[in-house]
Design a protein around this ligand. Sequence first.
Ligand code: FA5
Ligand code: MG
Length: 441
Amino acid sequence: MAVNKRACKAMNSYVTLVGGKTYLTDEWTNVRPGILSLVGRNLHKNSNHPIGILRELIESRFKNLGYTFYNDFDPVVSVHDNFDVLGFPKDHPGRSRSDTYYINKDLVLRTHTSAHEPLCFKNCSTPGYFISGDVYRKDEIDRTHYPVFHQLEGGRLWSRESLGDSLVSQIESEIAALPKLDIIVEDDNPIFDAVQNPKQDHMSDLETKLITLHLKKTIEILVDQVFNEAKKAALETGSNVLSFEEPLRVRWLQDRFPWTTPSWQIEVWWNGSWLECCGCGIVKNEVLLKSGIANSIGWAFGIGLDRIAMLLFGVPDIRLFWSNDDRFKKQFSANQISVFRPYSKYPGSVRDISFWLPEKTMEASALHENDLMEIVREVAGDLAESVKLIDEFVHPRTGKRSQCYRVNYQSMDRSLITEEVNALDEKVREALRSSYNIELR
Ligand code: FA5
Ligand code: MG
C-alpha cells in the first residue's frame, strides 16, 4: 500500500468523532476534520428534514408487514463488514483510499448500508428488515454529488428449515398478498441470465423466479409509495416541479454486486429522464453461510435517498441538505412533501488550477481526481460548488501530462468577496504543493 505524505502526518495520533469516541490512526487514515464533523448529524433521523421525511414516508408503507426498522447503526464499521464478508475482491476499486474514508487500516466510514446486512440477517427477529443511515464515499464535487449521502437498505429471508416443503407455497402466497399497483413496468428483464447474472446452485429455477418476483414487487411498492405520494402532494400544493405523466413508469436493468446474484437495478422515469434509484439482488449463499445463516434464501436492496429527495422537494443543490440556515430548515415539516422555495442565489467565482503530473502516474504521491476534490472540500468546505476537469493534454516531447481544474466558489447564504476567494484558491494550491508530487503551472 502506497503511503503519501499527508497520511504519514497523521501517524501515532487519534481521530475523535462527534460524541467523543477516539480511534488510533495509522498509515491508512484519510478521514479529514471536514468529513468527521458531519458524522452524527443524522439527517435521516430528523423528521423535519427532507431526508428524514422521505425515510419515514417509505417506512410507513412497510409497517406491520414483517420488517424491523434499524436507523441507529454506527457509521464506523470494520473493513470486514463493509467489504470482506460481502465478497469484495481484494483489488476492488471501492476499497482504495481514493474512494473510501479509512479511520485506520481496520475501520472505515461505511460506504453503503449493506455493511450491516449480515448482522441483520443473523439477529433480526422478523423475516425482513430495513436499515437507514449516512454513507461516505470520496467523490466528485457538483450539484448532485456530496461525500456523504444516505441509503435505505432492505432485506428478507425465508428459512428452508422452518418452512420445509411449504417454502414455495409460502413465498407464492406472500406474493399474492402484495398490493396491485398502478405502474407500468417497461422492461422486466429475464429472471436470470446464465452468463451475466447466473442463478445460484442451491436454489431451483422456481425458487429463483419467486424470490425475484417478491423482490421486484417490494421495490415497486416502495417506488410507488415515494413517487405517487409526491405526485399527490404536488397536486395539492399546485407545484409545477413534478411531472404528471400517469401512471408511473419503471424499468429493470441487470446489475452486479459482489454479494448478490442475480442482481438488478430499477430506474424510474421522472420529468423526462431515467433516474437510477436502487440496486438489489438475491443474496449469495456463501455470504449467508459466512454470516452464520444456513438453509435460507432471500433478497436485499439498497436505495439512495438524497437524489430522490432533491426531486421530491425541488432542492437544486445537494449541499443544501447540510445547511444550518433557517431559511432552508424552516421550510420542511414532518410527513409533508413541500417544494423548496429558493432564497436568493448568490454569484459564484471561478478559479483555475493547472499543473503537470509526475511522469509515472502510478507513483505513490500521484494525484487521484478524488484526492484533489478532497483537498478542495477540506479547504473550502461547502463554499466549493463544483470542481471540473476542463483541460488535459500530454506534452509531445516530455510525455508529461497537464491537467486544469476549474473550481467554482459559491455560497448558499451570502456573497463571497474576492479576497476570500483568492485566499481559498491560494490555500488549495499550497495544500496540493505540499502533499503531492505535482508541478503547479
Ligand atoms: C450499493 O451501494 C449497494 N449497497 C446496493 C445494494 C444493496 C445492492 C443490497 C444489492 C443488495 P450503489 O453503489 O449502486 O449500490 O448505490 C445504491 C444507490 O445509492 C444508487 O442507486 C443511487 O441511488 C445511490 N447513490 C450511489 N452513489 C451516490 C452518490 N454519490 N450520491 C448520491 N446517491 C448515490
Ligand atoms: Mg449503481
